[in-house]
Write a protein that binds this ligand. Structure first.
Ligand code: GLA
Length: 740
């Protein structure tokens, strides 16, 4: 039983072979945090770890006792007031204007497995034996409101999953103004905060900064998880490296506004929390109503950031991503976007597909521009009817022709959006999120449909569903290309407005749920101007996501490396595009572009007819190569070897579960003159197995490769004859196969 309750001391201990999470019910009935980290043996009481001591100026709970102050106690789900002056996990506005609450322990329940969350994406179990869930019931007797804190611990993963539910049973309404998914009070602040930050075309760069007194936060207030910050952060010890030391990863399974922060008080306590961003959020609860927060995933690693990431990968690949495609290798696609933009005809697409087919591509994806009269980005979003000028026989006509060629057909949609120049906007201007009597920003000339309204979601759902019923569409690229900038739901009452952001994202989830259930064998790839919604919430519906609009191989090394902090290779859409690259104007070898893109869901995003015969032959070989190794990429364990954020090189390796097969990628951005000698040390191999390396013919055992490494020095300059892989932006692959 990985969850123990000690009745006498009112302490809960959640543990498995790797971690312990211990908290108690404090004297005032509120839950107090005791320990989270590497597993420790259970005992009746850990109360001695809670420090009660007299501190001047402290607001104290009990008369005659100056040692019990919530200001200094570590808590599970703190409020403002009753002594605690730090950032609260929740805030409730009551009818009399007060915000003081007092939630005290009432009961608990331990369940096998894990509950589903209504309307929200969530980690799941496949059998009840995989995990146990503890629910703690707290009640505020004045408001007559319940808080249910939920904790799931997995049997075989160093993971705790938390969420919070509010159930209001009182007569007077209350307003939730803040409702974090998770709060974790850590007993010291000797941590660095690791974040994934960026912008369009440079998503998820790894940034690390030491904690300091005060608040360090990541957030989105854009209505989606954003390019700028990912809903993830880690707290690591200053000495923690990729392979050693403590790291705590915190990830939110949500695609809307979020706040992730660590507040360090002046007594060295670090309070970490993550959840829906309180800005613009206010949720009225009437008698009998409940509010469910998204869930947050807490990963503990005592073996560096690498182990933290591998834990996220295992969990998210197998117990968050779902459905038909979860365990299947993904098709090699060709996407026409960077080759044609919106300027195409059926004939052009068929030609494009035919060349790709001859080279081994399995699916043709038709991107933006196929509907309404969309020749540029000023029109037609919302009018999901094929443009007869471009597609005389509609989507069905084109899709059938593609299928007859022996390929699958995929389609781009952007269901949450509308252009002013569209029939949908003309008919339903009130379906747009904006304040009707004020100016509203456009983003890429488009506006966001109000998915908090059921009729809007149903209308768009019907349209898209009709297309998928009518034509053999095997893949959907679901795009989302702007933020919400004037949050207002037209026609709704004032007290409903604070629900818009969350309801909107619930509407997005509802549409995803509908379409993925109606078309379970369609492969969905999420996308948001590249990777602006690369988050765990999306992964629950779409097992892969377009990683970035930046397809330059050098930039992609950083982007894919950063993305791998949380997300598995099976979730990263990675395509080879033309050179010079459209985003960076950089010229990289075709081999480097492919050898970077292999580490994800592979495809091409270029006009293959512009290639020379020799290059086409190279593409053909690349596709054959990927087909041979894609199972390893999808299912293997990923180890980062060299960070592209620290120098001029990058390297990583993916190792099969039985450790008999592995593929390492080594990338060098700039050719150094008279290059230093270099060994690459590998990870994740079986030290007792001997491997043969295909590209070099070397035979060596795992222990040697992981300790002594392999020589991968560059050719010295001064060599006159032309050698392969000289110059800038070069890559090398090493495929390892165990012998006997
Ligand atoms: C976004 C996507 C691109 C492409 C365009 C189409 O930017 O990220 O891949 O689909 O939209 O408009």
């Amino acid at each position: 039983m990985p969850i123990i309750f000690h009745k006498n001391t009112k302490e809960f201990h959640l543990y498995n072979d790797e971690i312990s999470y211990i908290f108690c019910i404090l004297r005032n009935g509120q839950p107090g945090q005791i320990y989270y980290g590497r597993k420790i043996k259970d005992r009746e009481s850990f109360q001695h770890l809670i420090e009660y001591s007299l501190r001047d100026m402290a607001p104290c709970t009990y008369e005659g006792d100056r040692t019990f102050s919530m200001e200094y106690l570590k808590q599970e789900y703190p409020s403002y007031g009753h002594g605690d002056m730090r950032e609260p996990a929740y805030e409730i506005l009551q009818e009399d204007g007060s915000r003081i609450t007092e939630f005290t322990f009432e009961d608990y329940v331990i369940l096998k497995g894990k509950r589903k969350l209504e309307g929200l994406p969530a980690v799941y179990t496949e059998s009840d034996e995989e995990a146990e869930t503890l629910e703690i019931y707290l009640r505020d007797r004045v408001m007559n409101t319940k808080i249910i804190l939920s904790y799931t611990i997995f049997e075989n993963l160093p993971v705790i999953i938390r969420n919070t539910r509010f159930a209001h049973e009182g007569e007077s309404s209350i307003v939730l103004e803040r409702a974090m998914s998770l709060n974790l009070d850590l007993p010291d602040d000797r941590y660095e905060m690791v974040e994934l930050t960026g912008a369009w075309a440079r998503e998820r760069y790894v940034k690390t900064a030491p904690l300091h007194e005060g608040i360090q936060a990541i957030y989105s207030m854009r209505g989606h998880s954003s390019h700028q910050f990912n809903p993830f952060f880690a707290l690591k010890r200053p000495e923690t490296t990729e392979d050693a030391g403590e790291a705590i990863g915190i990830s939110l399974v949500y695609s809307g506004n979020f706040l992730g922060q660590t507040a360090v008080d002046t007594f060295g306590v670090a309070r970490a929390m993550i959840g829906i961003h309180p800005e613009g959020f206010s949720w009225t609860l009437k008698k009998g109503e409940t509010f469910q927060t998204p869930e947050a995933v807490l990963v503990y690693s005592g073996e560096g950031l690498g182990k933290m990431s591998r834990t996220f990968h295992r969990l998210y690949r197998k117990r968050l991503a779902r459905g038909y495609w979860r365990d299947r290798v993904r098709p090699v696609v060709i996407n026409n976007w960077e080759a044609t933009f919106m300027n195409f005809t059926e004939e052009k697409i068929l030609k494009f597909a035919e060349t790709a087919r001859q080279l081994g591509v399995e699916m043709m994806v038709l991107d933006d521009g196929w509907f309404g009269h969309r020749d540029d980005d000023t029109s037609s979003l919302g009018d999901w009817y094929p443009d007869p000028k471009k597609l005389p026989q509609g989507i069905r006509g084109l899709a059938e022709k593609i299928e007859n060629m022996g390929m699958k057909f995929g389609l781009w949609i952007e269901p949450e959006m509308v252009n002013k120049d569209s029939r949908l906007y003309e008919e339903h201007p009130d379906w747009v999120i904006r304040v009707p009597y004020r100016e509203a920003c456009h983003g890429r000339n488009q506006f966001v449909l109000d998915f908090s309204k059921e009729e809007v979601v149903d209308y768009i759902g019907d349209r898209i569903s009709r297309i998928l019923q009518d034509a053999p569409v095997s893949y959907i690229k679901w795009d989302m290309n702007r933020s919400i900038s004037e949050a207002f739901s037209q026609g709704r009452k004032a007290e409903e407005q604070g629900k818009l952001f969350h309801r909107h994202i619930l509407g997005v989830y509802r549409l995803y749920e509908r379409l993925t259930s109606e078309f379970p064998e369609v492969l969905f790839e999420s996308c948001a101007s590249g990777g602006a919604r690369f988050d765990p919430g999306m992964l629950y519906y779409a097992p892969q996501c377009w990683t970035s609009d930046n397809t330059d191989a050098v930039e992609r090394l950083r982007i894919q490396y950063g993305t791998s902090f949380v997300y598995p290779l099976s979730s990263m859409g990675c395509h080879v595009s033309e050179a010079p690259n459209q985003q960076t104007f950089r010229n990289t070898p075709l081999s480097t572009r492919a050898e970077t893109a292999y580490f994800g869901c592979f495809g091409y995003e270029m006009d293959l007819d512009t290639l020379t015969e020799e290059e086409k032959e190279e593409v053909k070989e690349q596709i054959q190569y990927y087909k041979r190794i894609r199972k390893l990429i999808m299912e293997g364990t990923f180890y980062r070897l060299i960070s592209p954020f620290e120098g001029d090189e990058a390297a990583w390796i993916v190792v099969s579960e039985d450790k008999r097969h592995a593929l390492a990628g080594y990338y060098r951005m700039r050719q150094p003159a008279n290059a230093p000698l270099k060994r690459l040390t590998l990870k994740g191999l079986d030290e007792n197995l001997c491997y043969k390396i295909k590209e070099t013919g070397l035979e060596a055992c795992g222990d040697e490769l992981m300790r002594a490494g392999m020589a991968v020095s560059d050719y010295a300059s001064g060599i006159r004859e032309k050698k392969e892989r000289q110059g800038d932006y070069q890559s090398r692959l090493f495929e390892l196969t165990a012998q006997s």
